[in-house]
Unconditional design. Structure first.
Length: 150
């Protein structure tokens, strides 16, 4: 079952369970998926890779919104955003720990043949594609910078 079909099935389950937070998050995901399907060049289809990119973007937006709400002393809105983020993250692959990420990046650096900070662009291009959805871009960048500085 592709991700789009899974989301539709989960919407029905959330409706039956009367889980309003989950239902709201799932409807938001479905909306973004439909927009992705109808975007120019999408040919009316949404690949699982494109769906993962959408989910990563949505989770990041929710975390950022929650952070802003917390800074503005609006804990009820921050909690709502975080609960939606938790629903979205259930559909993402398990995030890598820092040690796992460092090991993956060392492999990528070796395969690309990078040896200095000047090679960071090549490493980042490969790393962001291979680790999409499993690691944050800022974390990848920071570790790559450390590894190439050695």
């Amino acid at each position: 079952m592709d991700l789009y079909s899974q989301i539709e099935a989960d919407i029905k389950a959330a409706m039956l369970a009367r889980d309003h937070v989950r239902l709201q998050a799932l409807r938001g995901i479905k909306k973004e998926f439909i927009e992705g399907k109808t975007a120019p060049g999408a040919n009316g289809e949404l690949t699982d890779d494109a769906a993962m990119k959408i989910l990563v973007k949505m989770a990041k937006q929710r975390r950022e919104s929650a952070r802003i709400y917390s800074e503005q002393n609006r804990p009820e809105l921050a909690a709502e955003e975080m609960s939606e983020c938790e629903v979205i993250e259930q559909y993402l692959p398990k995030a890598l720990s820092e040690d796992e990420l460092r090991a993956e990046l060392e492999k990528i650096i070796a395969s690309v043949g990078a040896s200095s900070p000047a090679d960071m662009g090549r490493v980042m291009g490969t790393a962001t594609k291979q680790l999409a959805g499993r690691a944050d871009g800022k974390a990848i960048s920071a570790i790559v910078r450390q590894l190439l500085a050695k």
